[in-house]
Design a protein around this ligand. Structure first.
Ligand code: NAD
Length: 268
């Protein structure tokens, strides 16, 4: 039987997920979304054919899964509002909010709930996300499989066994898109310094990032092997790679991801 999935909050992240689910064949009538603004809800109902309501409690009445997709700063208020309904209905709770622990959410919802915490990233908005998921002890294997299939609608899903590992997920994939944007920016600037017209440098940098990522995903070889294969002895790429290694690129990544994970811990 199809699970009834309710999204509390129908913004960027929620619409990316239910949009991906529907595109993948999930029945729109099994999806409900809520938001503060009824105009948004009307637009979503006519675009996707989902159920909508501005009443959060009505929305969870028949839900098997409740996806909490409001901003972290309003989450406590939303959980308190939902407490009686979720205690009655006992749906699986999936939170995509950054920085809020499973135990905190469980307490706000009245306790004893099956809670999954998800750390998605912004490429989810174009169906190319990477999400790290953690389930508390009350989540069943079947519920984990269900959450995997829901989140796979917007990209890759990786489970972590320990909630603190979501800090590492934040450091690698959560904040990771910005690192790659920075690399594209730096490569574009470097190309301009070498004399390329600005728009040409940008197009070449972006396509190279896209091409390298596509190749790395499709290839049977790991990235390190792909790099070795394009690095001929004493060739041009080797000069560049040696320069990166001599300047400590790996240490830079290690320092940056550690700083990111530390900040994620401070915010939790
Ligand atoms: P958004 O502002 O686009 O959407 C928030 C939605 O919540 C809106 O539809 C708003 O009407 C609704 N809302 C606000 N108060 C509400 C209430 N009391 N009851 C019901 N609905 C209410 O935000 P977003 O970017 O989609 O982010 C949502 C969550 O996803 C956040 O917790 C954020 O940490 C997480 N997240 C987002 C991204 C991203 O790429 N956008 C990445 C990682 C995590």
């Amino acid at each position: 039987m199809t699970s009834q999935v309710t999204f509390i909050g129908a913004g960027n992240m929620a619409s990316a997920i239910f949009g991906g689910m529907i595109e993948g064949g999930y029945p729109a009538e099994a999806i409900t979304a809520t938001a503060r603004d009824t105009q948004t809800l009307d637009a979503l109902a006519s675009r996707y054919g989902i159920q909508t309501t501005s009443d959060n409690n009505v929305a969870v009445e028949h839900a098997d899964v409740v996806v909490l997709a409001v901003k972290p700063q309003v989450m406590r208020e939303v959980c308190h509002e939902l407490r009686d309904s979720v205690q009655r209905q006992r749906p699986l709770i999936v939170s995509v909010a950054a920085g809020l622990g499973a135990e905190t959410l469980d307490t706000w919802l009245g306790g004893d709930m099956a809670v999954i915490r998800c750390m998605p990233n912004t490429p989810s908005l174009v169906g190319q996300g990477a999400s790290g998921l953690y389930a508390n002890a009350r989540v069943s294997e079947e519920q984990k499989q269900l959450a995997t299939s829901l989140l796979e609608a917007v990209g890759l899903v990786e489970w972590v066994a320990d909630e603190t590992l979501l800090e590492a997920v934040t450091a690698v994939s959560g904040s990771g898109p910005a690192y790659f944007f920075l690399i594209m920016e730096a490569l574009e600037d470097a190309g301009k310094k070498l004399g390329l017209p600005a728009d040409s440098a940008r197009r070449l940098a972006l396509q190279t990032a896209y091409g390298a990522a596509s190749m790395a995903r499709e290839s049977e070889f790991e990235p390190a092997e792909l790099r070795r294969r394009v690095t001929s002895p004493n060739g041009t790429t080797e000069r560049a790679i040696n320069s990166f290694e001599d300047d400590g690129l790996r240490r830079l990544f290690e320092n940056a991801t550690q700083a990111c994970a530390t900040r994620a811990r401070e915010l939790a």
